[in-house]
Design a protein around this ligand. Structure first.
Ligand SMILES: Cc1cc2nc3c(=O)[nH]c(=O)nc-3n(C[C@H](O)[C@H](O)[C@H](O)COP(=O)(O)OP(=O)(O)OC[C@H]3O[C@@H](n4cnc5c(N)ncnc54)[C@H](O)[C@@H]3O)c2cc1C
Length: 413
C-alpha cells in the first residue's frame, strides 16, 4: 500500500487544484456540500449542476477518463480519483449525470455506431442531455437476464411493450438506454437487444415512485407500442447482453468511486458531544464510546481497503472483485451509524423535517436512504456471492435456467 502521490500524480493534483481554485469557491471549514434534504439545496440543483458541468467541459475537466477524441482528456483511473478528491473540497453541485457519463456513454463508445457516437457523446459530456438506464423490471433485477419487455421488428422500426422499474431520473431524462427481449426462443442471455430511446416518444408513461426518504428519484416506466427506429439499436440484434455487461462493469466502477453521502463520523462525534445522555454528554457514556469506537475502527478498515484499491490503480492494475467489499461493508455501516445517530437524538430522531430536526435532518435522510444503497448496483447478497465465488473460490451457485430457451423457463405468468 502506498499513501503518497507519485511525482506525476502530485503534478496532476496541483493542476486540478489550480483550475478549481480559479473557478470555484472552497468549502468553508467544517461545512459539507449542501445536504440533499435541504429544500433550498434541491431547488435549481439540476440547473446549477448543468452549468458547472458545461464550465468543466469548456476547460477540458469534464469526464476526464473519456478518450480525447470524445472530449475527455484520456486520464487514468487514478487521475480521476485525484480529480474527485480535489473537486470534493469545493462548494460545487454534485454530479447528477453519472448514469449517462459513467455507465451509458462507455457502452456507446464500445458498441455504438459512428453516427451514434457523433450524435450523443458530446451532449452527454456537457450534460446538454440527461440519460437514464432502463434495465430493471418487476421480475428482473439481480437476475437482469430475466427481463420481459419485448421489442418486435416492424419495417425500419421496433415496437416495444412492457415495463421497467426503479429508473433513476427518468422523469427528467431526455433519453434512455434499454434492454429488451427480441428472441424468446433463445437462451435467456441471448435474445436480448439494446436500444437508445427518446424519453418523449409516444407510448412512454413515467410514474414517479415516492421513496421512504421523501424523495421521488426513481420511477416506473411503461412502454405501450413505443416505436424505436432501428438506427437507435446499439450492437447487433440479439447481442444486447454484451452491451449490458459493459454497462454493469462501468456501473460498479461508477458506484464504487462515489464518495459517501451525507454525514460522517465527524458529525456523529459532534452529535455525541452535544447531546445529553443520562445527565451528561453522550460521549462520556462508556456504552456510547464503545459504539463510536466500533464505527471508527470499521471506517478505518474501509479507508485502508480503499487505499489498497487506489494503490492498484496507481500501479496501473485494475482492482478485482475484492473491490465489492467497499460497498458490502460501507452500506451496512452507513445504516448502522445513522440508526445510532437517531438513537442519540432521542425524541428529535423521529422528526424528518429539516427545519426542526438537529443537523438539518441529515441523519434521518441518511437512515432512510441506506436500504436503497444496500440494493442499488448489486444487493448485499449478490456482492456476497461475488466475493464467495470470485475471491474465495467457493463453488458457484447452481444456475439451472442458464441453458434453457427463455420461453421454456417456468414463471408465474
Ligand atoms: C436507489 C436505487 C436506484 C436504482 N436505479 C436504477 C436505475 O436507474 N435503472 C435500473 O434499471 N435499475 C435501477 N435500480 C434497480 C436495481 O438495479 C435493483 O434494485 C437491483 O438490481 C436488485 O434487483 P431487485 O430490486 O429486482 O431485487 P431482486 O433481484 O428481486 O432481489 C430480491 C432479494 O433477493 C435477493 N437475491 C436475488 N438473487 C439472489 C441470489 N442469486 N442469491 C442470493 N440472494 C439473492 C436479493 O439480494 C434481494 O434481497 C435502482 C435501485 C435502487 C435501490
Amino acid at each position: 500500500m502506498d499513501f503518497n502521490d507519485t511525482p506525476e500524480e502530485a503534478a496532476f493534483r496541483q493542476e486540478a487544484r489550480s483550475w478549481l481554485e480559479a473557478n470555484a469557491e472552497p468549502l468553508a471549514p467544517g461545512k459539507r456540500r449542501a445536504a440533499p434534504t435541504a429544500v433550498e439545496a434541491r431547488k435549481g440543483l439540476l440547473e446549477r449542476a448543468r452549468a458547472w458541468q458545461a464550465k468543466k467541459a469548456d476547460a477540458g475537466w469534464a469526464c476526464i477518463t473519456w478518450p480525447k477524441e470524445y472530449g475527455g482528456r484520456g486520464a487514468s483511473s487514478i487521475q480521476n480519483v485525484i480529480w474527485n478528491q480535489e473537486e470534493a473540497k469545493f462548494d460545487v453541485p454534485p454530479n447528477l449525470f453519472s448514469i449517462g457519463q459513467g455507465m451509458l456513454a462507455p457502452t456507446i463508445m464500445a458498441h455504438g455506431t459512428p453516427a451514434q457516437k457523433e450524435r450523443y457523446l458530446e451532449k452527454i459530456l456537457r450534460a446538454d442531455e440527461i440519460w437514464c438506464q432502463l434495465f430493471s423490471e418487476p421480475a428482473a433485477g439481480s437476475d437482469l437476464a430475466g427481463l420481459r419487455t419485448t421489442a418486435v421488428k416492424d419495417g425500419d422500426e421496433w415496437v416495444v411493450n412492457g415495463q421497467k422499474i426503479w429508473t433513476s431520473g427518468a422523469h427528467y431524462s431526455d433519453r434512455g438506454m434499454m434492454v429488451t427481449r427480441t428472441d424468446p426462443s433463445a437462451k435467456k442471455h441471448a435474445g436480448i437487444t439494446y436500444f437508445i430511446v427518446d424519453m418523449d416518444s409516444p407510448g412512454i408513461e413515467i410514474r414517479p415512485i415516492r421513496q421512504i426518504n421523501g424523495s421521488s428519484d426513481f420511477n416506473e416506466v411503461f412502454f405501450n407500442d413505443v416505436r424505436i427506429p432501428d438506427e437507435n439499436r446499439v450492437g447487433a440484434v440479439n447481442d444486447g447482453w454484451r452491451g449490458a455487461i459493459t454497462r454493469l462493469m462501468n456501473e460498479r466502477a461508477t458506484i464504487g468511486s462515489a464518495g459517501g453521502f451525507g454525514a460522517g463520523i465527524g458529525d456523529l462525534l459532534k452529535l455525541a458531544r452535544e447531546t445529553e445522555w443520562n445527565g451528561r454528554p453522550a460521549i462520556e457514556d462508556p456504552a456510547v464510546r464503545q459504539r463510536l469506537a466500533d464505527f471508527y475502527v470499521k471506517l478505518k478498515g474501509l479507508e485502508y481497503t480503499g487505499y489498497r484499491a487506489l494503490t492498484a490503480l496507481s500501479r496501473g492494475t485494475t482492482p478485482g472483485p475484492e473491490n465489492s467489499i467497499g460497498k458490502m461493508v460501507g452500506a451496512v455501516l452507513r445504516q448502522e451509524m445513522s440508526a445510532f445517530a437517531l438513537e442519540l437524538e432521542g425524541a428529535a430522531g423521529v422528526m424528518t423535517d429539516a427545519s426542526v430536526s438537529p443537523l438539518e435532518g441529515v441523519w434521518q435522510f441518511s437512515y432512510l436512504s441506506s436500504p436503497g444503497i444496500r440494493l442499488a448496483g448489486g444487493t448485499d447478497e449478490i456482492l456476497h456471492n461475488i466475493v464467495a465465488e470470485r475471491v474465495l473460490g467457493l463453488p458457484g451457485e447452481p444456475r439451472i435456467d442458464k441453458d434453457l430457451a427463455f420461453q421454456e423457463i417456468p414463471s408465474g405468468r
